[in-house]
Design a protein around this ligand. Structure first.
Ligand code: IPM
Ligand code: MN
Length: 355
């Protein structure tokens, strides 16, 4: 069987890091005799530049007709400081998530031993940390309407909206994942202030009796932000709404030593998307120095979640060995020799082929 992978490299460092993930997938294919078929398509600023639309219909068609999507990054500073820009690269990502029904974003946090010293947090706080943040991805304040400006321009508004169905399916996923792990679920909300959070809490509480083996705790998001860096070991599975999840996982990335190390999987109704949690890092685009590990590890999640291949453990092992061997990009090189993006990709692919 041939697995069809849609490749949306996007902007900035996207093409460079996705190229390394492909090398690694190809190495897995060679070693284990799998067939992967890649088709590239446009998204983000590069799609705006080419066809005026950050998520063109052809890209959506391709995603719908693929077995998985490998995604790089989007964003371009030329749009960031233009308050009048009508289309923005980020709309491409949001549209893709919405049209593919990707309501859950899985962000695992399991630091590599050889990187513990890179984190600004104390090593003893980090040893044994292994938690999964499940971020709701197609609702809340990112998508709620109305959103906009008053006619005189002096007032702006966003709306945080959640329906019972949206909350139920993501919270259920939280219980299910907790059941497969250490059986602890933390529901993060701001139920002391927000109506949507009170709905989340009500729904989670109603679901509790269906999962008697799971220990559930409810935590306000401000407290969660503090607990993530003062006692990250306490978490197993965390489930939260879209914007809280966005913010908390960037914060939690300090646990792994670099934002360049964190993968994610976006799953839901249609084809799943595998994407690093970092952005397009336009400052170094094209310089072959960006860390490809988050994308490589996202490819590992793709093999596991989309194709049921447990060989992904080997990719994580390869990354671990590269870190130990000091074959790393400058963000984690610690002042020692830094390898280029493609050198790291080559090393990982070789490791997999020869191990
Ligand atoms: C992420 C990013 C996106 C988000 C941006 C680029 C729209 O920060 O995937 O975490 O906020 O979801
Ligand atoms: Mn983010």
């Amino acid at each position: 069987m041939t697995y069809k992978i849609a490749v949306l490299a996007g902007d900035g460092i996207g093409p460079e890091i996705v190229a390394q993930a492909r090398k690694v997938i190809d190495a897995v294919a060679e070693k284990f005799n799998h067939q992967f078929d890649y088709t590239e398509a446009l998204i983000g600023a590069s799609a705006i530049d080419a066809v005026g639309n950050p998520y063109p219909d052809e890209t959506h068609e391709l995603c719908m007709n693929s077995d998985a999507v490998l995604f790089g990054a989007i964003g371009d500073p030329k749009y960031d400081n233009d308050p009048n820009a009508k289309v923005r690269p980020e709309q491409g990502l949001l549209k893709m998530r919405q049209k593919l029904g990707l309501y859950a974003n899985l962000r695992p946090l399991e630091p590599f031993k050889s990187l513990l010293h890179k984190s600004p947090l104390k090593t003893e706080l980090l040893e044994g940390v292994d938690f999964l943040c499940i971020r709701e991805l197609t609702g809340g304040i990112y998508f709620g309407r109305p959103q906009g400006r008053s006619e005189d321009g002096n007032t702006a508004f966003d709306s945080c909206v959640y329906t019972k169905e949206e909350v139920e399916r993501i919270v259920r996923l939280g219980f299910e994942f907790a059941g497969k792990r250490r059986k602890k679920l933390t529901v993060v909300d701001k139920a002391n202030v927000l109506a949507t959070s009170r709905l989340w809490r009500e729904i989670a509480q109603k679901m509790e009796p269906e999962y008697p083996e799971i220990e559930v705790e409810y935590m306000f998001v401000d407290n969660a932000a503090m607990q993530i860096i003062t006692w990250p070991k306490r978490f197993d599975v965390m489930v939260t709404e879209n914007m809280f999840g966005d913010i908390l996982t960037d914060e939690a990335s300090v646990i792994s030593g670099s934002l360049g190390m964190l993968p994610s999987a976006s799953i839901g109704v249609h084809t799943s998307v595998f994407e690093p949690i970092h952005g397009s890092y336009p400052q170094v685009a094209g310089q072959n120095i960006a860390n490809p590990c988050a994308t490589v590890l996202s490819a590992a999640m793709m093999l596991d979640h989309a194709f049921g291949m447990k060989k992904e453990a080997l990719i994580r092992e390869a990354v671990d060995k590269a870190l130990e061997a000091g074959v790393v990009t400058e963000d984690i090189a610690d002042g020692k020799k830094a390898y280029s993006t493609s050198e790291v990709g080559d090393w990982l692919a070789n490791y997999i082929k020869n191990v």
